[in-house]
Design a protein around this ligand. Structure first.
Ligand code: ADP
Length: 349
C-alpha cells in the first residue's frame, strides 16, 4: 500500500488501531464483561482517535526529522544554520519528502558534474605537464650538446666557439620565452590577471605595432599595410597593453608564416557595437583540419618549421584568452598555400 504523504499514513494507522480497539470493546460488551454504552463508545472513540493520531504523528515526525537531517547533513556537507533549519520546515506534507527527493537528485547531479570536471582537469594537467616537459626538452638537449662540445675542446676552435655560444644563448632565450608565456597563460587561466581597461584609439595602437614589427617584416621582404577603411579616431574600451600583445602576436605570426615578398594587411571594420580587427596575410596558410585546434596551447601545424621560426606554440592560446577575457571573440579563416586571416572584435568606446 502506498501513501502520498506521511500524514495519510498516520491517519490510516490511527483508523486501523481505533477499529481494533472499538472491535475489542464490542467483543467485551457482547461477552458481558463490560456494559455496552453508546455515549461512552462515541467519546472514547474521539479521544482515543485524537490520542493515537497525535502520538503516531509525533513518533513518525521525529523519525522523519532524524532521517531528513541525516540526508541534509550528507548532501550539504555542512551544519545547517539555525535559520536554515527553520526554513527547512520538517512538517508532514508530501512536499517535504519530494523536496528532499529533489535536493538529493540535484546533489547527485552536481556531484556527477564535479567528478566529470575533475576528470577533465586531471587529463588537462597531465597533458599540460607532458607538453611542457616535451617543449623544454628540445632546447635543454641543444644546450647540453653545445656545452659538452665546447667543454670537449670546441671552446679553443675559433671557427665554431662563438657560434656554439650564440646557439646556446638562443636556446636559453627560447626557454625563457616559453616560461614567460607559461606564466602569462597560468595567470590568465586562474583569473589572476586583471584587465586594466581604458579608452584609446585602436588605429594608433595598430600603427605602433606596425612600426614595432616593421624591421621583422623587412627581413623577409614582407610589406605591412593598412586596409583602405582603416583610419584614425576609432576609439575602443579595452586593456591597451593586452590588445597590443594580441596585435603583436598576430602580426608577428603573419610575418613568421608569411612568404618572401609577401604582404600583411591590418584592417579595422566598424560593426555596430564593436570594431572588427583583421590581420590577413598571403603566407603559407593552414590546412582546414588544423583550424579547430589552432588556439590550443602548444598546438602547431608544422613543428619543424615552428622550431626554426622559434615559436613557443603558446601565442595563439594567449591571444584567445585575452580576447575572451574582454568578452569578445576571435576567428581564423585560412587556405593552405593562399594565406590566413585572423580577426577579433574590440568593444567600441
Ligand atoms: P607558434 O609559437 O608556434 O607560432 P602560435 O600559437 O602563435 O604558436 O601559433 C600556432 C600555430 O598556428 C603555428 O605553429 C602555426 O603553425 C600556425 N599559424 C599561426 N599563425 C599563422 C599564420 N598567420 N599563417 C600560417 N600559420 C599560422
Amino acid at each position: 500500500m502506498k501513501f502520498s504523504s506521511p500524514i495519510r499514513l498516520v491517519l490510516y494507522m490511527s483508523v486501523v488501531i481505533l477499529f481494533f480497539i472499538t472491535g475489542a470493546y464490542l467483543v467485551l460488551s457482547f461477552a458481558k464483561v463490560t456494559e455496552f454504552n453508546w455515549k461512552f463508545l462515541a467519546w472514547f472513540s474521539v479521544i482515543d482517535f485524537a490520542f493515537i493520531f497525535f502520538f503516531l504523528r509525533g513518533v513518525i515526525r521525529n523519525y522523519l526529522i532524524d532521517k531528513i537531517k541525516l540526508i541534509y547533513k550528507t548532501i550539504h556537507n555542512l551544519k545547517l544554520t539555525k535559520e536554515e533549519k527553520r526554513n527547512k520546515k520538517f512538517d508532514m506534507s508530501a512536499e517535504v519528502i519530494s523536496n528532499v527527493e529533489q535536493e538529493v537528485k540535484d546533489w547527485a547531479e552536481s556531484k556527477r558534474s564535479e567528478i566529470e570536471q575533475l576528470r577533465k582537469l586531471e587529463a588537462y594537467r597531465r597533458e599540460f605537464l607532458e607538453n611542457v616537459s616535451h617543449e623544454l626538452r628540445t632546447p635543454l638537449f641543444n644546450i647540453q650538446g653545445y656545452v659538452s662540445a665546447l667543454n670537449a675542446g670546441a671552446i679553443d676552435d675559433p671557427t665554431i666557439n662563438k657560434s656554439y655560444l650564440e646557439k646556446t644563448e638562443a636556446n636559453i632565450d627560447r626557454m625563457i620565452e616559453m616560461i614567460e608565456d607559461l606564466e602569462v597563460i597560468s595567470r590568465l587561466e586562474s583569473g589572476e590577471m586583471q584587465l586594466d581597461e581604458s579608452h584609446f584609439d585602436l588605429y594608433s595602437l595598430c600603427k605602433e605595432v606596425y612600426h614595432h614589427l616593421e624591421d621583422n617584416a623587412k627581413e623577409k621582404n614582407i610589406t605591412l599595410k593598412f586596409g583602405a577603411e582603416t583610419n584614425i579616431g576609432l576609439f575602443v574600451y579595452a586593456d591597451r597593453e593586452k590588445i597590443r600583445q594580441v596585435l603583436v602576436n598576430l602580426v608577428n605570426n603573419s610575418i613568421k608564416y608569411g612568404i618572401d615578398n609577401g604582404r600583411t594587411k591590418i584592417s579595422i571594420y566598424d560593426m555596430v557595437e564593436n570594431f572588427l580587427v583583421e590581420i590577413s596575410d598571403n603566407g603559407i596558410g593552414i590546412e582546414e583540419r588544423h583550424l579547430p585546434r589552432l588556439f590550443e596551447r602548444f598546438y602547431r601545424v608544422d613543428r619543424s618549421r615552428t622550431r626554426t621560426e622559434g615559436g613557443t606554440g603558446l601565442g595563439l592560446a594567449i591571444v584567445k584568452h585575452i580576447v575572451e577575457a574582454h568578452g569578445q571573440t576571435i576567428n581564423v579563416r585560412s587556405t593552405q598555400g593562399l594565406g590566413s586571416t585572423f580577426s577579433f572584435t574590440v568593444k567600441k568606446a
